[in-house]
Write a protein that binds this ligand. Sequence first.
Ligand code: HEC
Ligand code: HEC
Ligand code: HEC
Length: 195
Amino acid sequence: MGEKSNSYRKAAVALGVFVVLCAVSGYALHATSTMEFCSSACHEMEIYAEELRYSAHAKDADGNVIDCVQCHIPAGFGPKYLAVKSYSGLKDLLVHFAETPESLDRAARQPVARRFIDDGNCLSCHEDLYKDARKEKAISELGKIAHDNYLGKNGKARSNCAGCHINMAHLPDFDRRLDPNKKFAERMDKKEALR
Ligand code: HEC
Ligand code: HEC
Ligand code: HEC
């Protein structure tokens, strides 16, 4: 409660605004221009687009660029989207947008963002949770145990996908030290896309 929950609320609201803007642009523009809108209309989003470019999620299996909305707008675009939006009135959203996200640090925003990423979005590309990301090989033993838990087969994981799979698209400096992020960090340094 108090100060912390207030900044969490602001962070959620800032993301809500982002989602709304991208949604509007997604409807108004060609799908291919959405990314341009998200990163140029809100210049503070440039860093996220830059990171995405060197992440494992730059392009989908068919080689098409993956858009912000494919992860950040809840699949279905129904009640969950409205829940994000009704966090606060529209006026409130716009007021808060003016003072965020620059005024909030990314370490505080990340966990909020993770909670707002809908599993349905991840599942629309990763349908089979027992196959690796390329849908070729079986996942590791550790992955099997984790996903068994996620699916409630063997105890129950309380996390959503993004809660376990952090840094799928973005890599702030303070997360570079994590072992699974080594390759992502290297690609960012060399400005070398995965494909
Ligand atoms: C593959 C899925 C995916 C895509 C595509 C994606 N994001 Fe994210 N985004 C995430 C996840 C997951 C998080 C939660 C933090 C983390 O684990 O990296 C996040 C967090 C964020 C945050 C808040 C956390 C922070 O670091 O400040 C912002 C803002 C954001 N994304 C913007 C964008 C923008 C802008 C784009 C498009 C250029 C984009 N995202 C594309 C998955 C994605
Ligand atoms: C638009 C399709 C798409 C969406 C949405 C998507 N992924 Fe992926 N994902 C991919 C592709 C393509 C790869 C890269 C496969 C490769 O290595 O060539 C990948 C890679 C991964 C990997 C391997 C990571 C790595 O660093 O090598 C994991 C784990 C993963 N995704 C989980 C997720 C999670 C969790 C979400 C939801 C936040 C998500 N994906 C959303 C298509 C997608
Ligand atoms: C409880 C934590 C947890 C949850 C929740 C979870 N995963 Fe995983 N996932 C893992 C672990 C651990 C691995 C194995 C990582 C490894 O072997 O390096 C894995 C592996 C994967 C891989 C294979 C990555 C590769 O190396 O190619 C994909 C794809 C993936 N998960 C997607 C998802 C999606 C989509 C969701 C949500 C529907 C999800 N996961 C939920 C922990 C989790």
